[in-house]
Design a protein around this ligand. Structure first.
Ligand SMILES: [Zn+2]
Length: 151
């Protein structure tokens, strides 16, 4: 299993921090605006800090890009066009995906085993009736266990 490098992990968490900061900045504008609505004097003396909302949105978008780069790597996220490096960057994801698929296949295999064992049990139940004495014999029997007649 390939692991994501610490550098990329750090990048991811920095991006996450940017998103959170952006959301806080964005929401704070509305909180301030609501406060100003309650105090008309403030409303005219001071403009609501709408610029903070814009900075907040930019931070959220930029943070989204940074987390993507951190998670998938520079090439894997499409920042650098390098298919070989992209494959390398995305390896942890593909391995995880491959692992999940093989888990699913193993489960299917397991279900298959159960159904086939049920099938075997049903096959054992199948009996054939002797034409001579009507005794029920196993399907694979060559001679009747009741009268010895060839089946
Ligand atoms: Zn018989």
């Amino acid at each position: 299993m390939s692991k994501i490098s610490n550098k990329r992990k750090t990048t991811y968490y920095v991006g996450l921090g940017m998103i959170i900061l952006g959301i806080i900045l964005f929401l704070s504008v509305f909180v301030m605006f609501a406060k100003m609505m309650g105090e008309p004097d403030l409303m005219f003396s001071k403009q609501p800090p709408f610029i903070n909302a814009v900075i907040g949105i930019i931070l959220m978008i930029a943070g989204g890009y940074v987390t993507n780069i951190g998670a998938k790597g520079a090439a894997g996220s499409g920042l650098i066009l390098d298919p070989d490096q992209a494959r390398e960057d995305l390896r942890p994801f593909n391995e995880a995906k491959g692992g999940m698929i093989s888990d699913v296949i193993n489960n299917i295999d397991f279900v298959d085993k159960i159904t086939s064992s049920i099938d075997n049990q049903q096959k054992e139940v199948i009996k054939i009736k002797c034409r001579n004495c009507s005794t029920l014999n196993d399907e694979d029997a060559s001679f009747c266990k009741g009268c010895g007649q060839r089946l």
